[in-house]
Design a protein around this ligand. Sequence first.
Ligand code: P71
Length: 457
Amino acid sequence: MEPYKIKVVEPIAFTTPQERAEALSAAGYNLFNLPATLITIDLLTDSGTSAMSDRQWSGMMLGDESYAGSRNYFNLERTVRRITGYRHVIPTHQGRVAENLLFTTVLKPGDRVPNNIHFDTTRANVEHNLGVAVDCVVDEAYDVVADHPFKGNMDVAKLDRLIAEVGRERIPLVMLTITNNSGGGQPVSLGNARATSGWCHRHGIPLFFDACRFAENAYFCKQRDPECAQLSIEQIANAFFALGDGCTMSAKKDGLVNIGGFIATNDDALATRLSNMLILIEGFTTYGGLAGRDLEAIARGLEEVLDERYLAHRVGQVRRFGERLVAAGVPILLPVGGHAVYLDALRFLPRIPQPQFPAQALACALYLEGGIRGVEIGGLMFGKPNEATGAWTWPELEMVRLAVPRRVYTDAHLDYVADVCSRLLARRDTIHGLKIVSRAEVLPHFTARLAPVDEAG
Ligand code: P71
């Protein structure tokens, strides 16, 4: 059961099928364009959507809004140092700014940045700085039903191949995303982090963690890896971070807050360069684009997320949700990840070819059927037209992610979602593909507009 009780409630919206059809058409078949007031269950993201605790809300009242040296900054610094062991704690208003600061500081054009799998903003920040984002996850990650306990692991042999191809000077850092979001919220094992760290340090290359879901990753390690069974979540987190040179963090996930992030590192020279850049784009080094009260909420959220009872419920809730879908015959990525269930659109809608965006079509159908909002992680997010030929390359996975916000929905809400998925499966042959009407170059999925293929020709 939930290891907390509910003190504040917010009504959710109920809409008619006709209202949803009109709204979706006006939104250009892109769920990002829908007003949230027309969503019944919002599983677009687990990012920034957490319910804060009474302890966090009361911390907000203790916000010290001094421009420099706010006491809340020092509380955050102390907590981040305790969890990561990194000396320099540089706050940012969210994770992608941490990435932007890091990559603008260390990347040169043509550099390669390996990661298990880059998430969309990480990839985009690498590419925006004229680097090349290289995914080096183990092959099992691309097999949607392979039963592997640590499908987020880095394939160190792929790092070997990359360095043999481009040379050490072309790899300014390696990133390791815990848990691996684009590959299904799958964990990375401590042994794999150790192997990756060993590889990096043998070659003199820094290792950075993309740490937004570090606590969920640690919980999986405790469950699945005998080496971690007797350790606390905090000890597991300590062991991971000790293997790296720093981390970027979107606190909007395991920080249990609605806004915030940071970079932390032990590299003094890098910290100075990052801080100077921070002042240019975010603000002074003790607030980084946030209010003092936000810093306090992050400091307290980071302590709460280490609670094993909380994590057992959190990861268990997502797992139960996945199990209900499996029982209904809905094809999902297995094993179930930490923050979301991923519907496998290629198996759900086998008649829609990848150039007609089956995952986006499925995401739209879920909205029409039940007012549910998920997010496409497939051809719309990661597909790319070749500049010269116009021919598209398609990602290996074509999924709809149903991300579960932290401490927000109960199992009854997720039962409703599972029922809607199962109804949709029964009438899947009535779902049509989509085509693009307009699309931005960078992070196209946020703003693209689409139309059903049968209407638009
Ligand atoms: C997620 C997000 C945020 C998002 C992305 C796309 C659509 C809707 C919402 C953000 C991440 C992430 C990882 C591994 C860095 C960021 C950026 N994820 N690394 O999963 O998952 O953090 O959003 O605070 O800038 O829904 P930021």
